[in-house]
Design a protein around this ligand. Structure first.
Ligand code: SAM
Length: 347
């Protein structure tokens, strides 16, 4: 039986990510993240595995080693170029047991199911029902899921299937680029989902707000982004470094419609409070920016920061989470949500 260490020692990562003939691809996952997710997946010899997001092909090759000659890896990518590239490298290396398909992985790949396990290397808008339908009872899913309708506020969930329903086994901090409906060169600079306004000049800056339903023309989102690109007030937070992942997941978990996330000049992320008239955020480097020193948003931001500090800057994976069935008209499935304990004065 091939152990995880054997698999990682045997499969040459750079052959997939920096191939002499096919060149380098940015569509690759960090080996440490691949190891963490595959560890949680608990692949056994003979397993039928569905992989969403083939990318370079490296993780498919690791999975193929782990499930062995009796198992099968079905890997789906939205990009036919990447599938062609990965297929050629597998062939060159003599890798067998991997079937590659071009398609939207949000639909899974029913013809080869049911699967013993499913792993996703891109973030869907929620846990798709198609995935839970295609994994057998007792099987596992490891996937990055959003905890709010804001880019990059995600957790990695390990899920088992019981009588066709998903049950959460564990969550950890982590993130992958969003899934996209068509192939894109770069899903990180400007995410395809939940960006309410993007200023492309001279380098992209964008904002995502929880109050987008009140702002269908996005004029207020644009004004908020402008306030944050040219803040009337700047200060440095007193407790650095910030612990960005804990703060961003905690803030997104507040479930407040005013929570907003920005990427400024493609250099730095910030998360905080905006309205149509005011804006205050803390950036990943600990700089607090606001429209004015007396911004109502700054008052709220300070309350949120106090609450987060009182909670002890909780590790993103330690927060209580639940899968909530989605009843809207979008992709059928479950939303991953964090339930923060209410502060004493709100209980
Ligand atoms: C980070 S890469 C995966 C890297 C891969 N794990 C590796 O070891 O190289 C994410 C992949 O997800 C793919 N992807 C994005 N949206 C998708 C979708 N809707 N269905 C299938 N694949 C998708 C992208 O094309 C990209 O190749």
């Amino acid at each position: 039986m091939t152990t995880l260490d054997d698999a990682f020692d045997t499969v040459p990562e750079r052959t997939y990510t920096h191939h002499p003939q096919w060149g380098e691809t940015v569509h690759r996952s960090a080996p440490d993240s691949i190891r963490r997710e595959i560890t949680a997946l608990q692949v056994r010899p003979g397993d039928r595995i569905l992989e969403i997001g083939t990318g370079s092909g490296y993780s498919s090759a690791i999975l193929a080693r782990l499930c062995g000659p009796r198992g099968r890896v079905t890997s789906v990518d939205i990009s036919d170029e990447l599938v062609t590239r990965a297929a050629a490298i597998h062939q060159e290396r003599g890798v067998s047991g991997v079937d590659l398909h071009v398609g939207n992985g949000l639909a899974g790949h029913p013809p080869a199911g049911p699967y013993d396990c499913l792993v996703a290397w891109c973030t869907p808008p929620r846990l798709p029902r198609a995935w839970t339908d295609q994994v057998r009872d007792g099987g596992r899913i490891v996937a990055c899921l959003p905890i709010a309708c804001l880019p990059s506020t995600t957790l990695i969930a390990t899920i088992t299937i019981e009588e066709g329903q998903p049950r959460l086994l564990a969550v950890t901090g982590g993130g992958y680029a969003q899934s996209t409906p068509t192939a894109v060169d770069d899903a990180l600079t400007i995410p395809g989902r939940w960006v309410d306004y993007c200023d492309h000049q001279p380098v992209p800056s964008w904002i995502s707000t929880g109050w987008r339903d009140d702002d269908p023309q996005r004029a207020s989102a644009r004004a908020s982004l402008d306030q944050l690109l040219h803040p009337g007030h700047t200060e440095t937070y007193h407790e650095l470094p910030l612990a960005w992942r804990s703060w961003s997941v905690y803030t997104a978990a507040l479930g407040d419609r005013q929570v907003s996330l920005v990427s400024l000049r493609n250099q730095i992320r910030g998360i905080g409070h905006t309205t149509a008239d005011s804006a205050a955020l803390i950036l990943a480097d600990g700089t607090v920016i606001a429209d004015t020193p007396h911004s109502p948003s700054l008052t709220v931001l300070r309350t949120w920061l106090d609450r987060w500090e009182t909670a002890g800057r909780p590790d993103a994976g330690s927060l209580p989470t639940t899968l909530v069935p989605y009843r809207g008209t979008g992709l059928a499935g479950w939303d991953l949500r964090v339930r923060l304990p209410q502060p004493d004065n709100q209980q």
